[in-house]
Design a protein around this ligand. Sequence first.
Ligand SMILES: Nc1nc2c(c(=O)[nH]1)N[C@H]1C(S)=C(S)[C@@H](COP(=O)(O)O)O[C@H]1N2
Ligand SMILES: [Mo]
Length: 407
Amino acid sequence: MKRRSFVTKTALGSLATVVGADIVFGNHLPKGYTPLGLDTVDPYKAFGKHPDMKVLNDRPWNIESQAHLLDDKVTPNASIFIRNNGVMPEDIDVGSWTITFDGESVKQSKTYSLQDLKSKFTQYTYQATLECGGNGRIEFDPPAKGNQWGLGAVYCAEWTGVRLRDVLEDVGIKDDAVYIGYHAADTHLSGDPKKEPISRGCPMSKALQDETLLAFKMNGEDIPLAHGHPVRLIAGGWPASVSGKWITGISVRNKVHDGTKMTGSAYRVPCKPVAPGTEVTDENMCIIESMPVKSLITYPKTGGRLAKGKPLHIRGHAWAGEYEVVKMEYSIDFGASWTECTLSKPANRLAWQHFEATVNFPAEGYYEVWARATDSNGKKQPMLVPGWNPKGYLNNACHRIAIKVKA
Ligand SMILES: Nc1nc2c(c(=O)[nH]1)N[C@H]1C(S)=C(S)[C@@H](COP(=O)(O)O)O[C@H]1N2
Ligand SMILES: [Mo]
């Protein structure tokens, strides 16, 4: 008979965190056995999330935020959406964690321990807006398959880590490098160890930006497990899928990276606009790079009531991928006229910006407040859902909240 193998101590530790109690006789738990307690895991407790967050899927975990939970200037963990494509790593041993740099375009491959990275390179802190490419997918018609994200797959946290550029310089990169691709410790839903759940990347020009980090800290603390502990890539302003979590390797490629979810129609939109419902061949789909201009009213919550004659203070955030937001406006007449809001400068490039305004309503009744951002490229958010695309990406329509004014 084959000897039974038992769960390791570190795996037990992370299981205990998820179950929410010490597994007293855990050392007798046969490997591959899942504690029953996991079936009733409370994701809110396990991930430290606000009770208003919305679970879209539990295998893999996909948990959405809400506009009113995103009111902070820097988003706290409790309000940050989780988007997983596979099964999160459990057995994290920070002390033995390594990141290997390889690929056609490194001079030679090189492996760093986490400690090497932290001690060898200067650390920087930046805020970064991370938005899932599929945020707002729920509004597309005909509908697109995939998680039906509403508004809440976006956040702006503060990340501390080393510049990917500094590490790439230390590794030594050949002249023919065009793209990087990441590898991570999460596992494929099928359980097949040869399959990666996701392995995306970006062109060298993005990889070499000051703000592109291998980060160890989020909001001044160790990155929470669900958000990429112990190290994650941060590439603000691009689809958040580029910001790989649980990074174990970076490949420097002499062609566009061809990892999981880089090819076919994943994270791609038709190169030229198409009519809703059109079938588009893979060759006519282009990789999404910078995310489009967008904004969110984070206060007040939609559906509020206001006494007649009282002004309403609104506030929120605006972002525009690689660009800056230069103008923020609101409308209370369904877009017939617009009034400018106060708009702050970003804390740093690729961080979202904050806006506020005082709104006066002329009479009793039902209103909607719409918000519209304009970027430094002159692009404005569309009032309605923009160009349909097969996978339901890049919905940057104006956010609206409902307000009733009563005597
Ligand atoms: N290793 C790994 N990295 C990943 C993912 C993943 O499933 N595995 N999901 C990506 C996607 S699609 C998004 S939108 C963001 C979500 O980041 P968050 O969970 O911190 O919100 O992580 C990206 N990085
Ligand atoms: Mo995503």
